[in-house]
Structures are given as C-alpha cells and as structure tokens.
Design a protein around this ligand. Structure first.
Ligand SMILES: [Zn+2]
Length: 667
C-alpha cells in the first residue's frame, strides 16, 4: 500500500523532464517490459436470495471449557443436490454493532468434512469470512468443527466468559451457507453448559438433559438475534405488565450477594415495562428478556435484540443503586431498541444476511431517538430523578459547546464512525466527534418533541409520533423498514411543519450551534455553577472517573481496584481547552496539584481557589519517564452544567419526564 502511494506520487509530482531522464537512464530492455496489469478478481460470493434452504443446520456448541474461555462448535449442514461447492460464511456485519466486527480472528481448529470424510476448505481470497468446501456429486452433508477462542486478556477484546458467567453470541459460534436470506435457513441448536450452570435467552427450549439444552428450531436470523447468558449465580425476575406482555429480568453476577434486589428497585424495573407500553402502545416480542450481567470480570455491554438485550453493569448495580445514576438509562435504551432499531429499522441498514454491508446514515434516528426515549423512560419509571435527567441533558449540551469538531463534521457523517473505527477509541474526541449521533440525536429529538408541543398548544407530543411509528403490527417481530421520508411524513401527520428542513439543518448541514432549542421551549436554560451535583459526586467516588471537561478541559480516571497509590490518568483532553493549550495530552498521568498528590476533591478546591485569588494552578504530570509541571492560568471556576427554570414559561421538560398519563394498550 505504501509503495504504491509513493509511486503514484512520483509519477504525478515529478517534472516531465526528470521522468524522461529516468527512462533513458534505464536499459533499452526496460522499454520493452510490459507494465503490470491487474489479475481479474475471483467470482464474488453468491448474492443471498429469498428462498428456503434445503434443510436445517444442526449446530452444537460446547461451553464446558469456560476455564480457557473456549467454545467448541460442530455443525452439520445439508447441501443442495449436485452442488459443486458449499460456501460457508462466518457472520461479519453484526446487528447493533452497525459495522463489520464479526471476530473472525478468534477462530482456530477449523476442520471440514463431507459425508464424514475430511475435505480441506479453502478460504476466499477476497472475503476472509468465506470458506469454500469442494463437493463431489452426491454429497449430502458438510460437517464443520472449530473453536471460538474468546478473549482471555482485556487487550484482546471484551471479556465474554469468566469462571462464573458466559455471554454467548450465536453469531460468534456459527457459520452458515452463502446464497440465502438468513431468515430462510433453519437451525436446530444444542448447547452444552458447564456443570450446574443456569441460562437465560429469548430462545425457546425444546428439552433439557442435565447440562445439555436443545432449543426449538429457529431461523438463523432469530438465533443470532437471541444471545444467551449463562452462569452459576442467577436470579430471574418477572416484570410482565399482563399475560400478553411478558417481560423478564435475568440477572447473572460474579457472586450471589450482588443479586439482592430491593422492593423499590424491583418496582422501578416493573414501571419501566409499564411506561414503555404506554409510550409505544404495542410490543414486538413473544416475551422480552433483559439479560443483565453484573461483573468485574466479564466486560460491560449494551446490545439490542428484538426479544432481549445484552446488558452489563457493575457488581453494585443493585447493592449501591445511587452510584449508578449516570448510566441508569442502559435498560431503557436497549428496551426501546425492540421498537426502534429492531422492529422499525432503516431500510438501508436492514440486510438479508450477516455478510452484506449495512448503511448507517439513519443511525441518528435508530440510536439518537433511542437515546432520547431511553432517558425519558428512565425518568418516567422513577429509575432516575427528573433533576438528574435534566443534569444529563445539560452535560450533553455543555460537552457539545466545547467540541470544535462541530465546525467541520456534519452530524450525519458521524454515523459512518462505527465502520470507520469499529468502536475503537479515538484520541481527540471533541475534535473528531466520533459517534455524536447518539447524544446529539437525543437533543434533536428533545428539540422536535418540544416543537410539536408548541405547534399543537401542548395537545400533542413526540409520544404521538412513537405510537404512530412504532405501535403498528402489535405483537409482530418482523422488521418493518423505513426511510427518512417515512419519518418526515409521520412527524407531519402529528403536527404539520417543515420537518424536512428542520432535520436537514440539524443533521445533514454543518451545524456548529448546539441544537439546544429544546431547553428553552421546555422552560429551561443551560447554566454553569460551582456546585457539583450530589449524584455526580457519588458516581465519581464509585467509578474513579472525574470530569473537568467544562473547566480545565480534561477528564481523569483513577482505577478503583488499583489500591491506594493507583496512578490517575488523563483520559480525554478537550480540543482548544485551557489544558489543550497548556500541552496536556490524553495519555498523561496526573501526579499532583499545587505540589500535593492528585485527588479530584483537591483539584476542585484548587480550581475554586484560583477563581478567587487569580493565581495559576500548578499541575504535575508524567508522560512515560518525563515529568512536567504545567502552570494553568485558569480562573473560570468549576462550571458544572445544569438546567435552570426560565420563570413564567411552561415547564414542558417536567411534563415530558413525568409518568405517562396514557392508558395501557388493550391486549
Ligand atoms: Zn443503542
């Protein structure tokens, strides 16, 4: 790649005279040497067609080697009569990841057989996710065995398996035949669990024999969309709102003590299911399972599915409820995806199988509106107070106000980021604004909600849009695709307005202003104060992450399990902030503040002191072996963002965040 670029550069940039001279300098033989030409590409992998596959794939997954974090897979795949080869695909484009993140690099020991006789597979030269298995006439069944080698160290990826918990995503442990829509490929699936482990999944169990579970036949689509949690410390809680709307919370933890749920916490979760029913006036699942793991050992996650979600939190999720206010919208967000993202899905993001590329341009609806409803439902259910919810919105807006990336990158382009970086972290978040379609989407939908309320004299709201857009085909979980036009039409049928222009300006045009008109229309304004909100302080003490983004312009992380002298690391520096200008980079250790070992409280005191006495703040930093003292002439105070009431205006934001007055849907 690099060589080719250099050659191109020389040909284009070199003066003609120099180029001619070079030609004469080489021998006469070189003049006759033909220039290289590209070799034709091999034929592409078969395009998927919408017809039933010849038979059911038999899939067996053995999870018993959880010590080594290995799943062993065996599949028997019937083949079409007379076919010359079977092409096996390993899923590449993973729903919810919005990107080609199928972990193909984690496979080992791939062995294929045809009717029991070993036949060597050949990987496709272009598509490394495709394996060609040659077939003789009369071949009936291809067998494939492989090991899925789940990460053992954090540096290899998210830890999915521990001695007590496993998060099993079927797309990681299955190959499927190319050439068919995955909704047309039936799978009979068997799972062998570690001794005595319990499991939870949206899949239906056909039978269980000790640690071996046989699931009812599903399509490959539904299988991939129905991950399974298993483990030795498990509790199942019923959150159903009626016999027709069955909802469960399936909790797996490192230890039994983390499964203790208070009656109040149980009530919050039940109310979440109620509020979602009132909002969407429908459900799109047979039964919904919140798969929730609480672990220090298995990595956190939030991944949506039609009839379940993979959720991950800290072990203190139930045992220290007030420590987790910041991330409390996790379940509300993932649950909302059952309607927005799974049932209604952008038409160009829907794909017929897991190896056709997705197009992500409407993620500001898929994720952005989900971010909005996730926060609103979390408030309506009582899981997070209206005050803390307003703080969250204020923090989003304040973050954007300090993010100069808005001056070069339209919001719609950030929807390309899952494919651009595949969720790897970037160094300068505020300059690149990698995935702002989530939180900026939330502000835009608040803007739209308050606009509808204003236009209709508070007779209608975005709740009416939700009912109209997501409330169709009650009970169905067949994806119903939509386009931008469909979104605009639905908005117009709730409240006629130039919604196409409204969205174009905020999403598709360069829009450096923060889209925070929803605050004023909601009856509030963004203000900055020196007073840290108690829930923010509590979250900081619990997580070890301290945020100085709106003051000095950085955030700091002190690992909680690192002991007394754990180093505190700068995790993010805001582009153009005082810290950025002073030379602070997002890899430095923050050693001391004004000559005393760093703590977040100490730095807050120093900022308040500098606000009063106008003296610079001295930061001692370390980058590798180099120590550096930086003098920061900053006197602007702590600048904690919050929302303040505008007197004499309608408090629409409180109306949005209050429990819904809508009736429960009729069954
Ligand atoms: Zn999401």
């Amino acid at each position: 790649m690099l060589l080719r670029m250099k050659n191109n550069h020389r040909l284009r940039a070199g003066a003609p005279v120099l180029w001619l001279a070079l030609v004469f300098c080489v021998s006469v033989q070189a003049q006759r040497q033909p220039l290289p030409q590209p070799v034709p590409m091999p034929p592409p992998i078969a395009t998927p067609v919408d017809k039933p596959y010849v038979g059911a794939v038999q899939l067996s997954v053995d999870l018993t080697n959880n010590v080594d974090r290995i799943a062993h897979v065996h599949e028997d795949i019937p083949v079409e009569r007379g076919a010359k080869e079977l092409v096996l695909l390993y899923p590449e484009w993973i729903p919810g990841n919005h990107s080609p993140t199928g972990p193909i690099s984690r496979l080992g020991g791939i062995i294929t057989t045809v009717d029991g006789r070993r036949v060597q597979w050949v990987r496709d030269q272009i598509n490394v996710y495709a394996f060609h298995v040659p077939l003789d006439p009369g071949a009936k069944t291809v067998g494939v065995d492989f090991d899925y080698l789940s990460p053992v160290k954090r540096a290899e990826g998210r830890i999915e398996v521990s001695d007590a918990i496993a998060d099993l995503q079927w797309n990681e442990v299955a190959m499927y035949p190319a050439g068919y829509f995955t909704r047309q490929i039936p799978f009979d699936t068997t799972l062998k669990l570690p001794n005595g482990w319990k499991y939870a999944t949206a899949l239906e169990t056909a039978s269980q024999d000790g640690d071996v579970v046989h699931f009812k036949r599903t399509t490959f689509n539904t299988l991939v969309d129905s991950p399974l949690y298993a483990g030795s410390h498990y509790k199942r809680v019923d959150l159903s709102t009626s016999a027709a709307n069955k909802v469960f919370l399936d909790v797996f933890a490192d230890e039994d003590k983390d499964l203790a749920i208070t009656p109040e916490e149980l009530d919050f979760h039940k109310r979440l299911a109620v509020e979602a029913q009132k909002l969407y006036q429908s459900h799109h699942y047979d039964h919904y399972d919140f798969l929730l793991l609480l672990s220090e050992k298995v990595g956190g996650i939030g991944l949506e599915h039609h009839q379940s979600s993979e959720d991950g939190g800290r072990p203190n999720y139930f045992t220290d409820w007030s420590a987790g206010i910041g991330g409390r919208d996790l379940l509300g967000h993932e649950y909302t995806h059952s309607w927005n993202g799974k049932f209604r899905r952008p038409a160009d993001l829907w794909t017929p199988n897991f190896n056709v590329p997705m197009r992500d341009d409407l993620l500001w609806v898929y994720e952005g509106m989900t971010q909005y409803w996730g926060n609103v439902l979390t408030a309506r259910s009582g899981m997070r107070s209206p005050e803390a919810t307003r703080d969250i919105f204020a923090r989003i807006a304040a973050n954007f106000a300090d993010s100069p990336g808005r001056e070069w990158r339209p919001l719609v382009d950030t929807t390309n980021q899952p494919t651009v970086s595949q969720r790897r972290p970037v160094s300068w978040v505020s300059w690149q604004r990698p995935e702002d379609y989530y939180t900026e989407g939330a502000l835009i939908w608040l803007d739209a909600d308050t606009k509808i309320r204003e236009l209709t004299h508070d007779q209608k709201s975005l709740d009416d849009f939700a009912k109209l857009f997501f409330g169709v085909y009650n009970g169905s979980y067949v994806t119903d695709p939509y386009t931008l036009d469909d979104v605009v039409k639905a908005l117009n049928s709730v409240a006629p307005y130039d919604w196409a222009g409204f969205l174009k300006q905020r999403v598709y045009d360069l829009h450096p202003q923060v889209p925070d008109e929803g605050f004023a229309r909601g009856g509030y304004k963004l203000v900055y104060t020196d007073t840290i909100q108690p829930w923010v302080l509590k979250a900081e003490k619990s997580s070890g992450n301290a945020d100085f983004s709106t003051s000095l312009g950085f955030s700091v992380s002190t690992p909680k399990n690192g002991g007394e002298n754990a180093p505190s690391t700068i995790t993010n520096v805001w582009w153009g902030s005082p810290a950025y200008k002073a030379g602070v980079t997002p890899d430095m250790e923050l050693v001391a503040v004004n000559g005393t070992a760093y703590s977040a409280d100490l730095l807050r005191d120093a900022i308040l002191q500098a606000e009063k006495d106008k003296q610079p703040i001295q930061l001692q930093l370390r980058r590798g072996d180099d120590f550096k003292t930086i003098s920061m002439d900053y006197h602007g105070g702590l600048r904690h963002p919050s929302l303040e009431r505008i007197d004499g205006t309608r408090d629409r934001l409180s109306e949005i965040l209050a429990p819904s007055k809508a009736p429960m849907p009729s069954e």
